[in-house]
Design a protein around this ligand. Structure first.
Ligand SMILES: [Zn+2]
Length: 101
């Protein structure tokens, strides 16, 4: 018997379960709904308030801002957006909304 092959442990099973439920997978940057890469456009890197993400978001996965708005059924407004470095300085789309509020 090959000594390099160790038996499967509970930890292995736990990791496989996480991979299977897609908490960790290679497509981490892809929108759950439309599958676009959320790193291609700064617009898709954003923060919204917790209650909104809990209701319409996708937990630790990614959702582009268009798909989030589709799920909500309207465009985001300043009350929806978490004011932070990302939404004020890095994301031109949320910045517009916040500055025009
Ligand atoms: Zn999308």
């Amino acid at each position: 018997m090959n000594k390099n092959i160790r038996p499967v442990t509970d930890k292995d099973n736990e990791i496989m379960e996480i991979v299977k439920t897609k908490k960790i997978f290679k497509g981490d940057n892809y929108c759950v709904d439309c599958k676009k890469n959320c790193r291609d456009d700064k617009k898709d890197y954003y923060m919204v308030k917790n209650y909104l993400w809990i209701k319409y978001g996708v937990d630790h996965a990614e959702l582009c801002i268009d798909c989030l708005e589709n799920r909500i059924g309207r465009k985001l407004n300043a009350n929806d957006i978490l004011v932070c470095e990302v939404t004020m300085n890095k994301n031109y789309y949320t910045r517009e909304i916040l500055l025009n509020a």
